[in-house]
Design a protein around this ligand. Structure first.
Ligand code: IMP
Ligand code: MG
Length: 198
C-alpha cells in the first residue's frame, strides 16, 4: 500500500478500471459490412428477420441491419440467468419474448458474444420449435476457449482470447456498452485483467 497517500484521498483518484482497446470501431464497422454482404449472398432476394438478444446485441444488430441490402425486419428477445452467480454458467430464462411469430421466416439470431454458449443453446432450441424457414446465428465476438454448450455460429465477426471485454454493447455492471470499440477491462489499483468467468 502506498505510504504517502492520506486515507481516502489519493486512492479515490487512482484509476480503478481501465479499458484497453482490443478491436477498434473502424475494424468493427468494416467487418460488419463484410458479414452483411455474406449474409445477403447466402439468402439472395429473401426477406431476412434479425432477432437480437437485449441488450448487448443491439449495436451489432443496428449496424448489421443498415448494411444488409434488401428486405430486413427485426425483433428483440431478452434472457437472464438464475441459479448461479455468474451470468454465463447460469441457467437461462426468458424475460421478454419476441413480438411476432418467426414461423416460415429466415431468421438470423444476432448476439454480441458467444462465450459458454448456454444462452444461444437455449435460444436456438426455443426458436427451432417455432418452425422458422431457416435459422442462422451471427455473433460479433467468439470466445471459443470458454465453450460449454455445443453451439455453431454461422457468421463470426472476431474470435477473441479468453478475456473479459466491454464496449459496443457489452457491459460490466451495465456500464461501457456505449463505447464504439471493444476493449479488455482492467480492474483494481494494479489494473489487472478481470477474470472472464466473473
Ligand atoms: P454465454 O451464454 O456464456 O455464451 O454468454 C453470453 C452472454 O454472456 C453474452 O451475451 C454477454 O451478455 C455475456 N458475456 C460473456 N462474455 C462476456 C464478456 O467478455 N464481457 C461482457 N459480457 C460477456
Ligand atoms: Mg448478451
Amino acid at each position: 500500500m502506498p505510504k504517502r497517500q492520506k486515507a481516502g484521498q489519493q486512492s479515490d483518484r487512482a484509476p480503478r478500471e481501465r479499458v484497453r482497446v482490443l478491436i477498434t470501431g473502424g475494424r468493427i464497422q468494416k467487418r460488419i459490412q463484410a458479414l452483411a454482404q455474406e449474409i445477403r449472398k447466402d439468402f439472395p432476394g429473401e426477406p431476412l428477420h434479425l432477432v437480437s438478444v437485449l441488450k448487448g446485441g443491439v449495436f451489432f444488430l443496428t449496424d448489421l441491419a443498415r448494411n444488409i441490402p434488401g428486405e430486413v425486419s427485426f425483433d428483440f428477445i431478452a434472457v437472464s440467468s438464475y441459479g448461479q452467480k455468474t451470468h454465463s454458467s447460469g441457467q437461462v430464462r426468458l424475460t421478454r419474448d419476441l413480438d411476432s411469430s418467426i414461423e416460415g421466416k429466415t431468421v438470423i439470431v444476432v448476439e454480441d458474444i458467444l462465450d459458454t454458449g448456454m444462452t444461444l443453446h437455449y435460444l436456438l432450441r426455443l426458436f427451432q420449435q417455432r418452425k422458422p424457414k431457416h435459422l442462422r446465428v451471427a455473433v460479433l465476438l467468439d470466445k471459443p476457449e470458454r465453450r460449454i454448450a455445443a453451439v455453431h455460429a454461422d457468421y463470426i465477426g472476431f474470435s477473441i482470447p479468453n478475456e473479459f471485454v466491454v464496449g459496443y454493447g457489452l457491459d460490466y455492471a451495465e456500464r461501457y456498452r456505449n463505447l464504439p470499440y471493444v476493449g479488455v477491462l482492467l480492474l483494481g489499483p494494479g489494473l489487472k485483467k478481470k477474470p472472464a468467468e466473473d
